[in-house]
Design a protein around this ligand. Structure first.
Ligand code: NAP
Length: 300
């Protein structure tokens, strides 16, 4: 599998595997280990987490799985996030759902993540969402301390608009290396609101969450889904692809912005299909047929 340089000290796989839905997959540690090894065999070495996934449980299950084969840690890159506080029986002291990007919260959250993963470094830590109460001095200090201590090697953000990204960057010595945002043939918002243009301008490779629209597109009977499925099916036939999932991934991969899709499926067959989609190259005309089908009208 192709590799992507996000920073001098961080190279990741062209596809990332996302563990948000880990609890839905109902895996024991042995099955989780099998999933990690099988995805590694496909060339996916990068795993996306967040402190809050599975109501604060997913990082720990992943970490306990890694403990079964400690050698795996040096073969993989771990991304995790912080900054959202959720009410959870697993965090009885949390006082309501809010954002917290204070220095103390970021450092504490990263330290808990390290413990959960059973590792002494995180490859990439993201601020999960822009925080309207953010003090950028504090974020910069937290990142600087975590970097100096070697606990976190790189930093980025998620769901940030260009002005929010620039504002935070202006307080930091370290370069923010990515913005993880929702992008798919189903959801064009970040393609149309300047987020992708900004990433291109700054030479930042964005990561695309929900690259299949969270799976909604496969089940929905709303007009947009029907229209998009029809076009994806037509292009699937033209490319000789197996599933429309592959056309959706190929649509993201063909974009000049170097978009890195985060696969959200726990089904190995579907992960394999995703990896194969690298082989399908869309023509410009095919790319625009999907874009138009999503928008419901041709470009002007
Ligand atoms: P997604 O790939 O768009 O959606 C995955 C869902 O689609 C799963 O429930 C999957 O079910 C289903 N699916 C996939 N192929 C299907 C098919 N052919 N037919 C029917 N259902 C199908 O990705 P996502 O899970 O929403 O997001 C991916 C990752 O992005 C997450 O794991 C997380 O790491 C990250 N994320 C980040 C943010 C953020 O704010 N930064 C937000 C959301 C997600 P199966 O498992 O059964 O295949």
């Amino acid at each position: 599998m192709e590799r992507v340089m996000l920073a001098e000290n961080l190279e990741i796989s062209r596809f990332v595997h996302g563990y948000w839905r880990l609890n839905d997959w109902n895996l024991g540690k042995d099955q989780c280990l099998n999933l990690i090894k099988e995805t590694l065999a496909m060339g996916i070495t990068t795993f996306d987490h967040a402190d809050i996934y599975g109501s604060y449980t997913c990082e720990k299950l992943f970490g306990e799985t890694l403990k079964l084969e400690p050698g795996l840690r040096k073969e993989i890159e771990i991304i995790t996030k912080c900054g959202i506080v959720l009410k959870s029986p697993n965090r009885p002291l949390n006082n309501g759902h809010h954002y917290n990007t204070s220095k103390s919260h970021i450092i504490k959250s990263a330290e808990i993540s390290l413990k959960n993963f059973g590792t002494d470094y995180i490859d990439l830590l993201l601020i999960h969402r822009p925080d309207p109460f953010m003090d950028p001095h504090e974020v910069a200090e937290a990142f600087s301390d975590l970097k100096k201590s070697g606990k976190v090697r790189n930093f980025g953000v998620s769901n940030f608009l260009p002005h929010q990204y620039q504002m935070l960057q202006s307080y930091m010595d370290e370069k923010l290396i990515t913005n993880q945002v929702e992008i798919s043939a189903w959801n064009l918002e970040n393609m149309e609101n300047g987020v992708l243009d900004f990433a291109l301008e700054k030479r930042i490779k964005p990561m695309a969450w929900s690259p299949l629209g969270g799976g909604y597109i496969f089940k929905s009977n709303e007009e947009k889904a029907l229209r998009l499925r029809k076009t994806l099916e037509e292009i699937k036939m033209e490319l000789g692809a197996k599933k429309i999932d592959q056309v959706m991934y190929a649509w993201l991969l063909s974009h000049p912005g170097g978009i890195i899709p985060i696969i959200g499926s726990g089904n190995l067959g579907r992960v394999e299909l995703a990896c194969e989609s690298i082989d399908y190259k869309l023509t410009r005309a095919q790319w625009f047929r999907i874009y138009d089908a999503s928008r419901g009208r041709e470009v002007d």
